[in-house]
Design a protein around this ligand. Structure first.
Ligand code: ZN
Length: 455
């Protein structure tokens, strides 16, 4: 092989020479790293060739000649993982401590998408509550005309009159949520979503632990799923109770976007999920976020965590009054139990061969911190008993499948070159997913260590 060989430092200088994300004219060859492909396999001492926005070759070193003009980047000792895919997230809901429709702005959403990307999350599924602005931003992000994580979305989403999602907590505008009263109205809402350009459909089947007077009726969600499938759209459902999960699975819902948390799941649900190829996203961090920041674990002082915080949120976490208020809430015991139940159920499903997807419902409220929440979710999956490699698969190949995408999610020839270079190997320790050296999106380096990022 006689292509140009330059040092890692020189290559980085070359990458950073232009504005962030500027195209490199030559192909890039990442040499000597350990590649965690995303499908559970590993390539040691790998050559990863990037041409344009895609991987052109991924394999053992010197299996294949690289183009003579390739820029060679020495990544020996480093680990390369696919960009993470958060298949259950929300954009434009939160800014600082505020939650509500005024936050669905271009500036705020692009700020969030840059944060996701800096933390290695290169694609999001925004599962509902999207305003019309979503489509303008999505199309530009798809085209690479805006910086930040790429997005797919479930349009407004379909909720319940006087029910979920609770209007008190989810303060969205009229253009951000449908609450159809009849199966016919539900079908019409699905068709309207499709016309606006929805990538999938979201429904809320829950009463938020009995706090809402009604749940979506089976007639309505059956109509939604049937109509969505007729329109070629996948359906992701918010869920909590085992019985609802079974009814949804029997109707061939595509994704359960939360975990079953009311009781241990059983063989019937496992069979339904496996038989129908339904992807289950545990979102363990949803319940944990209710108490973990008041618990003040040591990692809250880490740079990795602190750089994910907007100033108002940092102040809140530092406030003893806020902390005492949270810890005094008796419902916290339920949240702690839900995390344990969730982890047990997720591991049981995983061991039974059900495909787990990935997401933390980040961006839905101020405590679900973009980018950080996804790293915390990887840790919670490992704490549940998965290996780091298995957790990574949920967040890459499986999460791509949850969103119906086959052009990303793995470090493999032909896939979009969205990836993260890590200084340390997460197969040794899940913590090492946080050792981000750089993030690359569509074949271009877009950011370095998170310590260089300010929200
Ligand atoms: Zn959600």
């Amino acid at each position: 092989m006689n292509y140009l060989r330059i040092t890692f430092a020189v290559a980085l200088t070359a990458c950073l020479g232009g504005t962030a994300g500027e195209a490199l004219s030559a192909p890039t060859l990442l040499r000597g790293g350990k590649v965690l492909v995303g499908d559970g396999s590993v390539v040691a001492n790998a050559d990863v060739l990037i041409e344009g926005d895609r991987f052109a070759f991924v394999g053992a070193h010197e299996q294949k000649d690289a183009p003579a003009d390739a820029i060679v980047v020495d990544v020996a000792g480093k680990t390369i993982i696919p960009g993470l895919i958060a298949a259950h997230a929300h954009i434009g809901q939160v800014d600082g401590l505020e939650n509500g429709s005024p936050n669905y702005t271009r500036t705020n959403i692009l700020r969030q998408l840059r944060q996701y990307e800096a933390y290695g999350v290169t694609t999001l599924g925004s599962l509902g509550l999207n305003a019309p602005l979503f489509y303008e931003l999505r199309d530009k992000l798809h085209a690479g005309e805006l910086p930040g994580a790429d997005v797919y979305g479930a349009d407004r989403g379909i909720g319940v009159v006087d029910g979920a999602p609770p209007a008190g907590a989810v303060k969205v505008g009229e253009e951000q949520l449908d609450r159809p009263a009849t199966p016919e109205a539900a079908r019409a809402a699905v068709r309207a979503s499709k016309e606006r350009g929805a990538d999938l459909i979201k429904i809320w089947v829950d009463d938020f632990r009995g706090s809402l007077p009604v749940k979506m009726s089976p007639e309505i969600y059956a109509a939604v799923i049937d109509e969505a499938h007729a329109q070629g759209l996948r359906v992701a459902s918010h869920v909590y109770y085992l019985e609802d999960a079974k009814r949804l699975a029997k109707l061939n819902v595509d994704v359960l976007a939360h975990a079953v948390r009311d009781q241990p799941l059983d063989a019937e649900l496992i069979k339904l999920l496996n038989d129908n190829g339904i992807i289950y996203i545990p979102t363990i961090g949803v319940d944990e976020s209710a108490y973990i920041y008041a618990d003040r674990p040591d990692w809250m002082s880490s740079d990795f965590f602190q750089h994910a915080l907007q100033p108002a949120l940092r102040e809140q976490f530092d406030s003893d009054g806020w902390r005492e208020g949270i810890l005094a809430n008796r419902k916290l015991a339920d949240s702690r139990k839900a995390v344990v139940m969730n982890q047990q159920n997720a591991l049981a499903l995983h061991r039974a061969g059900v495909r787990l997807g990935f997401g933390s419902d980040s961006g839905a409220n101020p405590l679900r911190i973009p980018g950080f929440a996804e790293h915390r979710e990887l840790q919670l999956l490992c704490e549940a008993g998965m290996t780091p490699l298995e957790a990574l698969q949920t967040a890459t190949v499986n999460a791509a499948a949850a969103l119906g995408l086959d052009d990303r999610g793995a470090i493999a020839a032909g896939k979009l070159a969205d990836f993260v270079i890590l200084d340390a190997d997460p197969t040794d320790d899940v913590q090492n997913f946080q050792s981000i050296e750089s993030v690359w999106h569509r074949g271009k380096k877009v950011s370095g260590a998170v310590e260089q990022f300010q929200p």
